[in-house]
Design a protein around this ligand. Structure first.
Ligand code: AMP
Ligand code: MG
Length: 295
């Protein structure tokens, strides 16, 4: 059974390969996909009613009350930001705005003084997360969270949990082919296999998903680009320097899609230094990085 959902500016596809009753599978699949829509409601920076938008709108003001899922996701973000020494940092919203990421009418490359000024607004360690009070506060006006690097993975995990609660034993879910998570074995009792496409490389690199590492995420700047005059740049920015990552592809496999998603973005920023860092700090994950052509 195949189901799909357009959400988070991409297409999510779910394959359920279970042999249970088709009506029951469809109902489970639809309930799972509804979780993705709910994740978008919670965490889209572009929806004024999302919890993330409330936090951003309150920057420099009083703490904002949010639900447990948002608190938990932001606490995880803080841990990933800390572990990757800021290569992954979802407070880079002001940098995305400066570089016009996600906008079509790109302007010129920002000048270094403006980049330096905007960098003052970036830093996950400054976000005040109060678990006891269920509040989040961005301490300075102009600060802005963006969960583009982890939201898809977190949504895939939420959907997978619903399928597991319904007793589904074989399924594969992906968002835009960049965040993937599986349950059990593929039809025929084989592990689920996916291909990692690298630009300029003829054959896709085969990756196997199993019970230990059922999730994977890929990041690359060539996916989406901003053009300005003769200049182009990708949508992943190094929050430490404020500069877009020019080239490369990163893949991370692991136990859940959210961790893989955050870490694949970090590995793209870190380059060759990324996989050893993941191996050391996240031994349940495996990271690969490919230099690739420039963006
Ligand atoms: P991904 O495709 O998972 O690597 O996520 C890319 C998206 O994450 C971008 O479109 C931005 O919204 C956001 N982003 C870009 N660079 C970073 C970064 N260094 N840390 C966290 N989020 C980022
Ligand atoms: Mg990512």
């Amino acid at each position: 059974m195949r189901l799909a959902l357009e959400a988070m500016a991409t297409r999510f596809e779910l394959v359920i390969a279970d042999d249970a009753d088709a009506h029951r599978l469809r109902a489970s699949g639809q309930e799972a996909l509804a979780e993705i829509a709910r994740a978008e409601e919670l965490w889209s920076r572009f929806r004024p009613t999302s919890e993330l938008a409330w936090i951003n709108a309150g920057a420099g003001g009083a703490p904002v009350r949010v639900g447990r899922e948002t608190l938990r996701l932001l606490s995880r973000c803080a841990r990933f930001a800390n572990a990757t020494e800021g290569a992954f940092d979802p407070t880079l919203g002001p940098l995305l705005r400066l570089w016009r990421v996600g906008e079509t009418d790109a302007l010129a490359r920002p000048d270094p003084a403006r980049i330096a000024k905007v960098l003052d607004l970036v830093g996950m360690q400054r976000v005040e997360i109060d678990e006891a009070a269920s509040t989040v506060r961005l301490p300075q006006q102009g600060m802005q969270l963006d969960l583009g690097s982890i939201g898809k993975g977190a949504a895939v995990d939420m959907a997978l949990e619903v399928l597991q609660e319904h007793g589904i034993r074989s399924a594969l879910l992906h968002g835009g082919t960049s965040s993937v998570r599986s349950i059990g074995m593929a039809p025929g009792g084989q592990p689920w296999r996916v291909g990692w496409r690298l630009p300029g490389v003829e054959e896709a690199f085969p990756v196997t998903l199993d019970g230990v590492r059922p999730a994977l995420s890929v990041s690359a700047p060539h996916g989406r680009r901003v053009k300005a005059g003769g200049d182009t740049w990708g949508h992943v920015i190094d929050p430490r320097t404020g500069e877009p990552v020019p080239a490369g592809s990163a893949l991370v496999c692991g136990p859940c899609a959210a961790a893989c998603d955050a870490l694949s973005t970090a590995v793209l920023v870190l380059g060759a230094a990324g996989p050893p860092l993941v191996a050391e700090l996240f031994p349940d994950c495996e990271a690969l990085w490919h230099a690739g052509p420039s963006a």
